[in-house]
Design a protein around this ligand. Structure first.
Ligand code: ADE
Length: 270
């Protein structure tokens, strides 16, 4: 992926890298200080796999008190985010970056999932607009927003945690961001199955043994076990994923048939 982020002011970015740019538009930029400074996100920033910053909408408010919200037309409770400072902040962010998508975080958006994370990871960069109060002025959505995304059917006090979730999920899909061995392709959901069970030392934890096959060093058997673990965990924990998956391969279907046979034997014996 050749990217073309242009800073209007600061340093140029090497456009031959796979870097991705995130810009968060928020009234609480400090919420992100800790987020940028831990784990994979921190390392991705250090390695210039991603470039990220949070901009304060207040800086774009022109009045003396830097007001970013106002009462809703038509009355009612709560406050609405004013369009002018928000539009100015989004426009400024998209002027300094080209080829980006602008995402509004809102409980009214499409519910985020792994497929959307892969889709967003193909864009050159993301501007993430964090709503607060009762919502943002509707006119912002018309011209300035490409996607409205929700992280689930519940209401947060603001879009900031949702922006962090999206940045986190997208960053780990950027080539090299997970470190030497990229594991993103093996993730839960990457093929509509949950990932297999994991074990580490000790071999016996409070009387529970690690499955023997994992200690055998027999790679083919281990892969077989992992596939079975993956299919059966999906069946037990998220059967909806199997139901909606119309592309189960032969091996995956055989595992389900084997267990159907075992279950029928139990039932027949009753
Ligand atoms: N803002 C408030 N609730 C939200 C949600 N569920 N997803 C994204 N942004 C939000």
């Amino acid at each position: 992926m050749i990217l073309s982020f242009h800073y209007s002011t600061s340093q140029p970015i090497n456009q031959s890298t796979n870097a991705m740019y995130f810009k968060v538009v928020t009234i609480f930029p400090q919420m992100f200080d800790s987020f940028w400074n831990h784990g994979i996100i921190r390392r991705a920033l250090e390695d210039k796999k991603i470039f990220a910053s949070a901009v304060n909408i207040r800086n774009y408010a022109e009045d003396r008190h830097q007001v970013t919200d106002d009462r809703p037309y038509g009355g009612g409770s709560g406050m609405v985010m004013k369009p002018e400072p928000l539009a100015a902040a989004i426009r400024d962010a998209s002027q300094t970056l080209t080829g980006t998508k602008t995402v509004l975080l809102t409980p009214q958006g499409r519910v985020f999932n792994q497929k959307m994370a892969w889709e967003l990871a193909t864009s050159d960069g993301l501007i993430l607009v964090c709503g607060r109060y009762e919502g943002v002025d509707e006119r912002i959505c018309h011209d300035l927003i490409d996607y409205e995304i929700s992280i689930g059917d519940y209401v947060l006090t603001g879009g900031e945690p949702a922006a962090m979730i999206i940045i986190d999920a997208v960053t780990r899909l950027i080539p090299g961001a997970l470190g030497g061995e990229d594991a993103a392709e093996k993730d839960s959901f990457s093929d509509d199955l949950l990932e297999h069970a994991h074990y580490t030392r000790p071999g016996n934890f409070e009387g529970q043994e690690v499955p023997e096959v994992l200690l055998s060093g027999h790679h083919q058997e281990i892969e077989k076990w992992r596939l079975e673990s993956s299919v059966m965990r999906t069946l037990l924990k998220r059967p909806d994923l199997l139901l909606q998956n119309k592309n189960l391969n032969r091996q995956q279907r055989d595992i389900l048939k084997k267990w159907r046979f075992e279950i029928e034997k139990i039932l027949d014996s009753q």
